[in-house]
Design a protein around this ligand. Structure first.
Ligand code: ATP
Length: 685
């Protein structure tokens, strides 16, 4: 790493800030300038307190009328005060910013700007930015970047650091050949970087973003094509053959595999006994039964004497998959051993598991990315299943591959992307589609309601629980801060307890809980010891509790449709009639129209394409379509045309210069090498 480029060398960035930056992946100035805003704000004149409404972001000018109070709830510090202008007073709350105690005094004349929330009937401004009067004038009406934040880092800190970086530094050398920029109408790189952070106007912002989205896709596509070239040569060295265990399992399952599942299984079986190493993506809508296909693959390789690894994105899912595999082995008396390997296990537990992996005492290894740590040595790994692989870097996948003798790779995805895009994005994989749901499934009944319906929904949940079923309630996503999200979930669960009978057990789940506690709650929910689970989107992917029949989503308008579809997919996984209640917290026609799409259809592909039609490519900073396939700035759905262009550009360049050896591609070559080293591991595809 070039020491000069470390952010600690920027003016105003000390040890503490630089440690916090490290947490969001920023170590160097280059990292910082490619930490793009997630949105922009145009700061308007302050408004009168008497006129403000819930859910809007406004500035108010007034006098602080209360000394700061500090309250601690577990690890959360809540700082409160109030501000008053000629029309009224307003409560103010900050999270985890205890240092404000010294910074804000009763009697100060300030401008505060933040989002207004309705907290049990009282309007509160949450996590506002603080401005002196003069200071506010300088930001008025200019487009201001809004960055993703974590506790301790304010938007102001990042903005200031980026400004510093731009002033002190840097002109990055353009690496795209001129003819490519011309052909695909792309702005110059430095212009793009400047304008993505501090746009002159909307037009320049669109041009800047377009270039950076292009870059992101373009580098990814070039890297993927290189991987593909490498992989095509890989010979299947494993002695795999069709086994009776898989036939036995298929016959003994309590259900019949759908034709689509059988077809995909057949493709995988053929791959595994084929001449070359398998690199296959199995795409199937939520609940289409991908897991059993993965298990069949694993069963085949272990029956032939090898090991199989199942890598999933979260500890909750690892535990779930581990439990279902061990139960299955026990139930059908397969003499194989599965082990679980996750980051939160103690060093001693891990050592024991490593030993079993190394000696071959364990044949199936289920876990999170702990599976690819240095210390894990496999005896004879023949198959790696990565569930929802977009959560892992391609490079991590590669590392894992290298641990075995180039094992077969099976990737599971529920992302409904059209085939044309799939070919570009999964260029290094063959694609199988499970395009059919099990026949016994009943169609999920949906409704879109406003918050006035909440009580009726609770009564409905009560009725379902009384007839033996279970429910999820998803609390709103809060972009600004995960802390607020945590608070929402905890409060919601407390409030709900006062609304439902005491014999209905209600618990909550959020991303900041310890892995062990999360697993505990999920296991109890799985065993119906908890009937109602109030949660953030941590239950979004993969969670399988067949007895749950109600999914209620608060502030559904804040989620992307594909994400809502994923959440809804947590119910309707068994034979019971299931329900999805989407609570629309907004009056806008647009969000009503969007949610109606979900109301109308349970088909992931249809939903994704309708959403795209509604949003259109101009909708740059709306809700991201999906939490999946996460590029840093590009969105494969709304930026589909840029993705196509990037793919075309990659073809143009590689046709002329397959190994990027020509002088005009020298910088591009360097960039790709750097990207293959760093970028791919960060990119969550
Ligand atoms: N052919 C089938 N008939 C009936 N039930 C099935 C069939 N295949 C799988 N199932 C069951 O359906 C449920 C959902 O399957 P699975 O967990 O594999 O879904 P998935 O495709 O991984 O979905 P998601 O992407 O939502 O996690 C499981 O409880 C599984 O046992």
């Amino acid at each position: 790493m070039d020491q000069d480029s470390l952010i600690i060398n920027l003016k105003g960035v000390g040890e503490k800030t630089s440690a916090l930056f490290h947490k969001i992946g920023i170590d160097t100035v280059e990292d910082l300038i490619s930490y793009y805003p997630r949105d922009y704000d145009v700061y308007k004149e302050p408004v009168l307190i008497s006129g403000i409404k819930s859910d809007e972001t406004v500035a108010v000018e007034g006098i602080i009328i209360k000394n700061i109070e500090i309250k601690k709830i577990r690890s959360l510090t809540i700082v409160t005060t109030a501000i008053k202008d000629e029309s009224g007073a307003l409560n103010i709350t900050w999270y985890n910013m205890p240092f404000l105690k010294n910074a804000i005094k009763q009697g100060s004349h300030l401008i505060l700007r933040g989002r207004i929330n309705n907290k049990n009937g009282r309007l509160t401004m949450e996590q506002p930015q603080i401005f002196q009067l003069e200071e506010y004038k300088s930001v008025l009406k200019v487009m201001q970047p809004k960055y993703s934040l974590i506790a301790g880092i304010t938007n102001h800190t990042i903005t200031k650091a980026v400004k510093q970086a731009m002033e002190q530094n840097i002109t990055v050398v353009e690496y795209l050949p001129k003819y490519i920029r011309k052909q695909f109408h792309l702005a110059e790189y430095n212009f793009a970087v400047e304008n993505i952070h501090f746009p002159n106007n909307m037009e320049d912002l669109i041009i800047a973003r377009n270039r950076l989205v292009f870059d992101e896709f373009f580098l990814f596509i070039l890297a993927i094509r290189q991987l593909k070239e490498k992989k095509e040569a890989a010979i299947n060295h494993f002695e795999l053959f069709k086994v009776s265990d898989t036939q036995k399992l298929i016959q003994m399952l309590p259900y019949r595999l759908t034709n689509a599942q059988l077809k995909v299984w057949d493709e995988i079986e053929q791959d595994l006994i084929g001449e070359t190493v398998m690199n296959r993506l199995v795409q199937g809508d939520v609940g289409s039964g991908k897991t059993i296909i993965a298990i069949l693959g694993i069963l085949m390789v272990i029956s032939c004497g090898y090991q199989g690894a199942f890598m999933v994105p979260t500890e909750v899912l690892a535990k779930q998959q581990y439990n279902s595999i061990t139960e299955l082995f026990m139930l059908y008396q397969f003499p194989y051993k599965a082990v679980l390997l996750t980051g939160s296990m103690t060093a001693k537990e891990k050592r024991e598991v490593y030993r079993q992996i190394e000696t071959g005492g364990a044949q199936v290894i289920v876990g999170t990315h702990a599976l690819i740590q240095e210390k894990v040595q496999y005896k004879n790994l023949a198959l790696v299943v990565t569930d929802e692989q977009h959560r892992f870097g391609v490079r991590q996948r590669e590392t894992l591959s290298k641990k075995g003798q180039d094992p077969h790779v099976l990737v599971m995805s529920a992302t409904p992307i059209p085939r044309t895009l799939a070919i570009i994005l999964y260029g290094d994989l063959d694609v199988s589609v499970i395009d059919e749901l099990p026949a016994e499934r009943q169609v999920i009944k949906n409704c879109v309601v406003n918050s006035g319906y909440r009580q009726t929904a609770y009564q409905f949940i009560k009725k379902e629980v009384e007839s033996g079923r279970q429910a999820y309630i998803i609390c709103p996503m809060v972009e600004e801060s995960e802390n607020i999200e945590v608070e929402n979930v905890v409060e919601y669960a407390q409030l709900l307890k006062t609304q439902l009978p005491a014999n209905i057990r209600i618990e909550y789940l959020h991303g900041k809980m310890k892995a062990k506690d999360k697993n505990n709650i999920m296991e109890q929910f799985g065993a119906n010891e908890i009937q109602v689970l109030v949660s953030t989107t941590v239950v979004e992917v993969g969670v399988n509790v067949v007895n749950a029949t109600v999914m209620m989503i608060e502030n559904a308008e804040r989620f992307g449709l594909a994400q809502l579809h994923q959440l809804r997919g947590r119910v309707g996984r068994g034979k019971h009639q299931s329900y999805c209640i989407l609570v629309n917290g907004s009056d806008s026609k647009a969000s009503k129209k969007r949610l109606e799409i979900l109301n109308k259809s349970n088909d992931g592909f249809f939903i994704a394409s309708e959403d795209l039609k509604l949003r259109g490519p101009g909708d740059l900073f709306g809700i991201r379509q999906s939490g999946l396939l996460e590029f840093k700035i590009g969105d494969v759905f709304t930026d589909a045309s840029v993705l196509q262009n990037a793919s075309e550009a990659a073809t143009v360049i590689l046709d002329k210069d397959r190994n990027l050896e020509m002088p005009e591609n020298k910088r591009l070559r360097e960039k790709i090498d750097q990207y293959m080293k760093l970028g791919l591991s960060n990119l969550s595809l």
